[in-house]
Design a protein around this ligand. Structure first.
Ligand code: FPP
Length: 241
């Protein structure tokens, strides 16, 4: 690695292709999700070791409720199990967990385990791990606008004082820097309602690999590609200026 090599501070991932991975092996889709959950845990450790400060993964979208009930249940059970079993590991690895998305629609026991894990890890100073559950970018913006409107209504804020920072702070990701790099696995090249506000200037990286086959080498490839991008944030390059 040369000294110019940049490790993105925040990596976001759309973990796609669990179903296709399972189908190719003649397995039920839920086995793809189970393998996907194992990969998430490994990638979190790898990301941490590589110096990534924040990792955000799309685990369940606001649209995923339309999947067959058995698949929704299996996904919720995987998340349930993660919330319950990861506490020791998070403590050991200094991981701070935050769930983004609308938690009100989740089962009470899952909500409670999420609150407990968030509470227990909130002072950890290592990697920030955001898990998007019942998350949609438009829904997040709707909820943020609603909070801001309430502040205006209650006289805590005047409309002319609403800044980008006000909106950043009202989002589920408040306090977390925007992703530098978005990775989406398994071939599709779209954002699918993920972090719509936060991805404004992120570099996008797409790979054919299905999520259950994603590993440290794939993460390194994505970061190599990121290192070949020139981020301008709407400005000019040195050559142009
Ligand atoms: C997309 O694949 C993946 C999902 C909808 C679920 C992702 C969830 C996990 C990997 C589990 C998360 C667990 C933790 C611990 C955070 P797909 O089913 O849409 O695949 P397909 O497009 O091939 O059908």
């Amino acid at each position: 690695m040369d000294s110019e090599y940049k490790i993105p501070a925040h990596v976001a991932i759309i973990m796609d292709g669990n179903g296709r991975w399972a189908k190719r092996r003649g397995l039920p889709r839920t086995m793809g999700h189970a393998q996907g959950a194992r990969v998430v845990e490994q990638i979190l450790e790898d990301a941490d070791h590589m110096g990534i400060r924040y990792l955000t993964v799309y685990a369940f979208s606001t649209e995923n409720w339309t999947r067959p009930a058995a698949e929704v249940k299996a996904l919720m059970n995987l998340l349930r199990s993660y919330m319950k079993t990861s506490l020791v590991k998070c403590a050991k690895n200094n991981v701070r967990v935050r769930v983004i998305g609308d938690k009100t629609a989740l089962d009470e026991d899952l909500r409670e385990s999420i609150d407990y894990l968030e509470q227990q890890t909130k002072d950890n100073t290592g990697i920030g791990f955001q898990i998007a559950i019942n998350y949609g970018g438009r829904d997040e913006l709707r909820r943020a606008v609603s909070r801001i409107a309430q502040d205006v209504k209650d006289g805590r804020l005047s409309p002319e004082d609403i800044s980008e920072d006000t909106i950043n702070g009202a989002l589920d990701t408040g306090g977390i820097p925007d992703p530098d790099l978005l990775i989406r696995t398994c071939g599709e090249e779209r954002i699918s309602n993920f972090l719509l506000w936060q991805l404004a200037y992120s570099e996008l990286y797409f790979t054919e690999k299905a999520w259950p086959d994603f590993d440290k080498a794939e993460l390194e490839k994505a970061i190599d590609a990121y290192n070949h991008r020139e981020r301008r944030f709407g400005g000019l390059t040195e050559v142009q200026s």
